[in-house]
Design a protein around this ligand. Structure first.
Ligand SMILES: Nc1nc2c(ncn2[C@@H]2O[C@@H]3COP(=O)(O)O[C@H]4[C@@H](O)[C@H](n5cnc6c(=O)[nH]c(N)nc65)O[C@@H]4COP(=O)(O)O[C@H]3[C@H]2O)c(=O)[nH]1
Length: 724
């Protein structure tokens, strides 16, 4: 039994030993195969165990423990205490070290050392973390790069509870956009909403709610939010839901917010440029068409009328050609401001370009409703415009421009049912208003189209007429008011057309001016007047001054003085026999150039008269600077002398002004004896008008001149008792 027990015990021990050996062998085999170097070292002795992976550092079983310790670089973070002493004290130790492999590569290894507890043996495990460290570094670098990219992209990243509750997790850029301190800025659903622009609040909240309820595929919200300074910035938020709560609702919203203020401003500018006139801020043709289309639909639906008024500033082209674009721009901007006052919110006011404006009166019951606005517009445009750009001489009252408007009106549905027809017909009516003497309005009528077509053909006919020598001059006597004797003649152009008969200048001068044909036609008139004066002198008729009208465009000719000098020379006329009548628009040109031209004409010896005085520009200062010889009172002031106190006062004032400035004064359009008497009493020197004679052919005028040789000749009755 004892033997049996002994045998069993020995067998068991043998079995244990056997299994222990097998376990140790299995363990050694596993350790040997691992990629991590493992070592069992003995203090002060040789290497007890080194697995295969140790070969890369040249360590092997039986090798020197000291050689292993020497291979490590001094331990970073360790005070320099020998490793084994440290292990004896601590039991275990971990650190990062650098080791050079046999192939010369410097490897980053993590060291794990354990004391076996007997003060003699130590177990070391090493792991190559070179790749891991490199990956970690790369990750850190890319995170830094990402942060830098985010910073420079001005994107704010956010992560918020999808139900909008609680505090937002949001990157500092959001605080920066809103001018807040990123360190202290806290965002909650309530504060986000509170900062929204009142106009955007409803839509922004709704956009989010729609997405939260799954109505939209992606979250894109644009809104304005108040900054710390109180102004607003446009923000764009995008995002996606992540996670899901138990009730199926999304858990969080994660996304970015960017500042799109500049983008929005650029969009606004583009839209503005596409739809608004930059000079006046009014709608342009584009927007007019769009809004007119809508207004026409509304008029049709509500069975209302609509009036379209086409408005043009009279003589604007001359102003632009003479005083330059900046003066023109000032007038247009002021005109726009005045027109704005006349229209209601629902109406449309647009500038089509140049001096063309359109007013659309919407939802009116009767075409006559447009009359009130048209009359208001005419009144507004008749007020002087300030064109002083600050460069005018200090003593000047110049810098004011007076003009008028011409308005054509078409009415929906009577004159057209679509925008294009209404604009075209109003334009036609506007031309009729212009030809009818400007400063008025005309409603479109069907026969106007025929007249518009006629106007178009007029320019071509005029050109042919000039080439075919169809023009001639008539002469209207100018008298000394006191003696009633002829002192001069105004040459007035006529067009003798084979089909149309004798066409008055009012019918073709505006067309000639628009087409610039006025330059050759006007120069022809100048030459013809000189030729005629020579002819009368040669016939022994009394010498007299011939006044010729000079248009603004003629005045701009660079060689004007030379041209006139050569004409005078050609016909051997003394320069004092020629008087140039210029309107105030002519002197409304670039001051220096006008001064120069007038001075050289003056030097030549021709006389200078200012025509239609009082109807144009407030140019009293020009009068002083430009040394004219004569002032011509416009016939509109003469017409009502004796009945209109204002006109009487104006005539008195003009005569007084002429006297003060040492100028002669002539009144035109004198038709009655009473007018002549008034003018004589006022101190006016000369007159011209139907009272004496209408414009006469050259032959009839010569006859009159012949008669004027008689000593008691008077062309007008003596104004008895008033000659003193
Ligand atoms: N109601 C009324 N009218 C009177 C009376 N006496 C004269 N008239 C008219 O008054 C106009 C005076 O000429 P204007 O003011 O220089 O105004 C002229 C002038 O601005 C322009 N014009 C005429 N001939 C020429 C020319 O050769 N060159 C240029 N550039 N313009 C010209 O055409 C305008 C009109 O000329 P006309 O039709 O000949 O008209 C002339 C003349 O016939 C009167 O008692 N009552």
């Amino acid at each position: 039994m004892v033997l049996l027990l002994f045998c069993c015990s020995v067998g068991a021990i043998g079995l244990v030993w056997y299994f222990q050996r097998r376990q140790a062998a299995t363990f050694a085999a596993l350790v040997d195969r691992t990629d991590d170097p493992c070592l069992l070292l003995r203090r002060g002795g040789s290497i007890l165990y080194a697995n295969t992976a140790c070969a890369q550092f040249g360590w092997q079983n039986g090798g020197e423990t000291a050689a292993v310790l020497a291979s490590f670089e001094p331990d970073r973070g360790q005070s320099g205490e020998p490793l084994f002493d440290l292990l004896d004290r601590e039991g275990e130790y971990r650190s990062l070290r650098r080791l050079q492999s046999r192939t010369g590569h410097l490897l980053e290894v993590s060291l794990h050392a354990v004391a076996m507890g007997d003060g003699r043996r130590y177990w070391l495990t090493l792991r190559d973390v070179t790749t891991h460290k490199a990956a970690e570094q790369a990750l850190r670098k890319s995170q830094e790069q990402l942060r830098a990219a985010l910073d420079s992209s001005h994107m704010a990243l956010y992560d918020v509870a999808a139900n909008g509750r609680g505090t937002w997790t949001i990157s500092p850029e959001y605080a920066r956009i809103l001018g807040e301190d990123p360190e202290t800025f806290v965002v909650t659903g309530e504060s986000w909403e509170e900062r929204l622009h009142p106009d955007d609040r409803e839509m922004a909240v709704q956009t989010y709610a729609d997405h939260y309820r799954g109505k939209t595929d992606f979250y894109l919200n644009e809104y304005r939010q108040r900054t710390r300074l109180g102004n607003y910035r446009w923000l764009q938020a995008r995002g996606s839901f992540v996670g899901q709560r138990e009730d199926g609702r999304p858990e969080r919203l994660v996304g970015v917010i960017i500042d799109i203020t500049e983008q929005k401003e650029a969009q606004r500018r583009i839209a503005e440029l596409a739809n608004f006139d930059p000079l006046t801020g009014l709608a342009n043709r584009n927007l007019l068409n769009e809004r007119l289309g809508q207004a026409l639909l509304a008029a049709e639906r509500d069975r209302k009328r609509l009036a379209l008024m086409f408005l043009d500033l009279d003589r604007f082209k001359t102003l632009n050609d003479t005083l330059g674009h900046s003066a023109g721009d000032r007038v247009l901007a002021q005109a726009a401001d005045r027109l704005k006052k006349l229209v209601r919110r629902a109406d449309i006011l647009a500038r089509l370009g140049g001096d063309e404006f359109v007013i659309v009166l919407t939802g009116i019951d009767h075409a006559l409703d447009a009359v009130r606005v048209a009359e208001g517009a005419l009144l507004e445009l008749a007020l002087p415009f300030d064109i002083d750009d600050g460069n005018a001489p200090s003593d000047a009252t110049i810098g004011m421009f007076t003009t008028s408007g011409s308005i054509g009106i078409s009415v929906y549905p009577d004159d057209g049912r679509d925008a294009e027809t209404l604009v075209r017909n109003a334009d036609t009516a506007m031309y009729q208003a212009k030809s009818a003497g400007r400063n008025n309005y005309k409603f479109y009528t069907a026969d106007m189209n025929a007249r518009a077509a006629e106007r178009l053909s007029l320019e071509a006919t005029l050109r042919r007429a000039f080439e075919g020598s169809e023009f001639l001059l008539h002469y209207q006597p100018q008298l000394d008011l006191d003696s009633g004797r002829i002192v001069g003649a105004e040459a007035l152009i006529r067009w003798q057309n084979p089909k149309r008969g004798l066409v008055p200048p009012s019918r073709f001068i505006p067309v000639a001016e628009e087409s610039r044909l006025i330059v050759p036609i006007g120069n022809w008139a100048l030459r013809e007047a000189c030729r005629q004066a020579r002819e009368w002198l040669d016939r022994g008729l009394p010498p007299l001054t011939i006044a010729v009208n000079l248009s603004a465009l003629q005045f701009q000719q660079a060689n004007l003085t030379e041209l006139i000098a050569s004409m005078l020379d050609e016909y051997g006329l003394p320069p004092s026999a020629l008087e140039l009548e210029v309107t105030e628009s002519v002197v409304m040109q670039e001051v220096d150039r006008v001064v120069k031209t007038l001075a050289s004409l003056k030097e030549l010896g021709v006389k200078l008269a200012i025509d239609d005085f009082g109807t144009g520009y407030s140019s009293l200062a020009y009068l002083k600077r430009f040394s004219f010889d004569k002032l011509k009172i416009d016939r509109s002031f003469v017409h009502d002398l004796g009945t209109d106190r204002n006109d009487e006062a104006i005539c008195l004032a003009i005569v007084g002004l002429a006297k003060v400035l040492g100028l002669k004064c002539i009144a035109e359009g004198v038709e009655t004896q009473a007018q002549a008497i008034f003018l004589l009493a006022a101190g006016c020197d000369e007159m011209q008008g139907f009272l004496a004679a209408e414009p006469l052919t050259a032959d009839r005028f010569a006859t009159l001149l012949e008669q004027s040789r008689q000593p008691d000749f008077r062309l007008i009755p003596a104004a008895q008792g008033l000659t003193a």
